[in-house]
Design a binder for this molecule. Structure first.
Ligand code: GLU
Length: 509
C-alpha cells in the first residue's frame, strides 16, 4: 500500500434499482475502506440525463442504509470534496475538456447523430462495424479534418458538437489490476475515440469519472468487471490531464453468475427461480411493475451482507459466517477471485436461517408483532414470546413465524381432509368429548399436568394413544403440524383448548 490515504467511492448511476452486484461493489469498497482506516464515499453519476430514473437515487441511499454500508461523504451527507452529485458539478468539467483540446488529446466533432447512424448502417451492410477513431476520424466532420477557420466558424455559429478523445494509434497500454494483475490493451485493435463531452453541455461518464476521482482524491477504483474495457481510456485520461502521478489503482470485481446456465445474474433469473436480485422492493415509475427485494422478502441485512461477501471473495479458511466488522478485518483484494461466482438462492436462504436462529426470542417477537397487528389479532407479550420460542427452530424468515404459528392465534376454520379421513373414526367424537371434560377439570394447566392427567385417563380407559393424538391435534391446529401437543394445550390455555375440541367434534363428528 502506498502512503496515500485510502479513499474509495461507490459511484452508481441513478438509472433504476441497484442490482445485488452493485451492492456487492459497494460492500467491497466499504470493507476496503474500513480495513485501511480510509473513507468510503458515495458519488451519484447522473450525467446521462436520458437514462435518469426518478426515485433511483433515494433507492440507492436507502439500500446502503439498510445494508449498513454508510458512506462518510456523499449527497445529503456532505464532505470536503462535494458536491457529490455529478449534475451539480456540471460547470467544472468543460475546462478539462478544453484543456484536452488545447494539448491535442481531444477534438471537436460536428457529425450529427444521423451522420453516424448512416455510417453505421453502411458498415453493417458490408458486414463490418463502424468505429469513430483511428481509421476513420480523418474523413469525418471534425477539427482534425477541417481547417481551423471552418472549425471556428462552426463554433461561432453555435453548431452542435461533441468533444472526442483522440486515441493514439497502435500503442500498448498496460495497467495493473489489483485482482487480475497486468492487463494490456492495444489502442488500434480495441479502442475508439470516445465522446468525453456531449452536445447537451454534460460530460460523459468517462470524463466526469476521471475528473471526479482525481478531484476527490480517490486512491482505489473498485468496480465491476464490465468497466475493465474502460480502464485504458481512463489511464490515458490521467496521463493527458497530467495526473499520472496520483492516478488511483484499479480493481475490477468478477461477475455474479446465474444459478444455472451461462452468464450474468439477471432480474429474469430471479423472476424465474423465485428470488430477489434487488436489495429493496422497487416499483418501476413508468410501468408500475414491482420487483421484489431482499428486505421485503424477509432477509436480514446481516445475512445479505454475509452472502454477498462470499460471492467472489473467500477468507481462505472454512469460516462462513461473518459480521460486517469481522469482514472488514479479514477482507483483502488479494482474495478476490478473477472468475465469476455462481449465485445459489438456496445458500442465501441458509444464511438467513442462521441469522434468524441467532436472534433472541424478544427480537423475533418484535418482528412478529406488526404481523399480528395487521391481522387485528391481540395477544399478550407473554404469549407471543412463548409461541415464538416454541416454533423458532422451524423458521428461516420472519414470515415463517406466522406460517408456523397461526393456529395459536386463530381458531381452525377447516380441518385437513386427508387427516380427517384417515384418523377420525366412528368412536373418535365420543372419545374427544370425554377428554374435553377431563381437560375441563384439570386444576393446574400446564403441559406436564395436562399430559399426566391425559396419560392416566388413557390408561384407565385402555385407549390407544395413536388413535387419539392425531384427532386431538387436528381439533386444536386444523392439521397435523406443530410442536408437542401438550405444549400447544398449555399455550392455548384451558378454556380455548376445550372449546376447540368441542368445536371439532361438532364440525367433523
Ligand atoms: N457510474 C458507473 C456505474 O454506474 C460507475 C463505474 C465506476 O465505478 O467507475 O457503475
Amino acid at each position: 500500500m502506498s502512503d496515500k490515504k485510502v479513499r474509495v467511492r461507490f459511484a452508481p448511476s441513478p438509472t433504476g434499482p441497484l442490482h445485488m452486484g452493485g451492492v456487492r461493489t459497494a460492500l467491497f469498497n466499504y470493507l476496503f475502506a474500513k480495513k485501511y482506516g480510509g473513507d468510503f464515499i458515495l458519488r451519484i453519476e447522473d450525467t446521462d440525463q436520458t437514462r435518469f430514473v426518478p426515485g433511483a437515487e433515494d433507492y440507492i441511499i436507502e439500500s446502503l442504509n439498510w445494508c449498513g454500508l454508510n458512506p462518510v461523504e456523499g449527497p445529503g451527507i456532505g464532505g470536503d470534496f462535494g458536491p457529490y452529485r455529478q449534475s451539480e458539478r456540471k460547470a467544472l468539467y468543460r475546462k478539462y475538456a478544453d484543456q484536452l483540446i488545447e494539448t491535442g488529446w481531444a477534438y471537436y466533432a460536428f457529425d450529427t447523430a444521423e451522420d453516424i447512424e448512416k455510417l453505421r448502417n453502411e458498415a453493417e451492410a458490408n458486414k463490418e462495424t463502424f468505429s469513430y477513431g483511428i481509421g476513420t476520424r480523418d474523413n469525418l466532420n471534425n477539427s482534425l479534418s477541417l481547417s481551423n477557420e471552418v472549425v471556428q466558424q462552426k463554433l461561432a455559429a453555435g453548431e452542435a458538437f461533441v468533444i472526442r478523445f483522440k486515441m493514439p494509434a497502435d500503442t500498448d497500454v498496460t495497467e495493473e489490476d489489483l485482482i487480475r494483475g497486468n492487463v494490456t490493451f492495444n489502442t488500434t485493435k480495441s479502442l475508439d475515440d470516445k465522446v468525453l463531452f456531449k452536445s447537451d453541455g454534460m460530460p460523459t461518464y468517462h470524463l466526469a469519472n476521471v475528473v471526479d476521482d482525481h478531484l476527490m482524491e480517490i486512491s482505489h477504483v473498485i468496480r465491476g468487471e464490465e468497466w475493465l474495457p474502460s480502464m485504458p481510456l481512463h489511464v490515458f485520461l490521467y496521463k493527458a490531464l497530467g495526473w499520472e502521478e496520483t492516478k488511483p489503482r484499479f480493481a475490477h470485481l468478477p461477475l455474479i453468475l446465474k444459478p444455472v446456465g451461462k452468464g450474468k445474474l439477471s432480474k429474469r433469473d430471479g423472476d424465474k427461480l423465485g428470488f430477489p436480485v434487488f436489495p429493496l422492493e422497487w416499483t418501476d415509475p413508468k410501468t408500475g411493475d414491482v420487483s421484489r427485494g431482499y428486505r421485503e422478502d424477509g432477509y436480514f441485512p446481516e445475512a445479505f451482507m454475509n452472502l454477498l461477501a462470499l460471492l467472489g471473495w473467500n477468507p481462505g479458511t472454512e469460516q462462513e459466517f461473518f459480521s460486517l466488522d469481522e469482514l472488514a478485518e479479514v477482507f483483502s483484494l488479494e482474495r478476490v477471485v478473477k472468475s465469476g461466482s455462481r449465485f445459489d438462492p438456496e445458500k442465501a436462504k441458509w444464511f438467513n436461517k442462521h441469522y434468524f436462529q441467532q436472534k433472541s426470542v424478544e427480537e423475533l417477537a418484535e418482528l412478529f408483532k406488526p404481523v399480528l397487528a395487521g391481522k387485528g389479532i391481540e395477544a399478550s407479550e407473554e404469549k407471543i414470546n412463548a409461541v415464538v420460542a416454541e416454533i423458532k427452530e422451524r423458521c428461516e424468515f420472519a414470515a415463517d413465524i406466522w406460517e408456523q404459528s397461526f393456529y395459536f392465534f386463530e381458531v381452525p376454520t377447516s380441518y385437513d381432509e386427508k387427516t380427517v379421513k384417515k384418523r377420525w373414526k366412528e368412536n373418535t367424537s365420543g372419545q374427544l368429548t370425554e377428554i374435553a371434560s377431563l381437560f375441563s377439570s384439570v386444576e393446574t394447566w400446564n403441559a406436564d399436568s395436562v399430559k399426566a392427567s391425559f396419560s392416566a385417563f388413557m390408561e384407565e380407559k385402555g385407549w390407544g394413544f395413536g388413535a387419539i393424538m392425531n384427532p386431538l391435534r387436528l381439533s386444536l391446529v386444523g392439521g397435523n403440524m406443530g410442536p408437542d401437543l401438550f405444549v400447544i394445550c398449555e399455550l392455548l390455555g384451558q378454556e380455548e383448548t376445550v372449546s376447540r375440541m368441542k368445536l371439532a367434534v361438532e364440525k367433523i363428528g
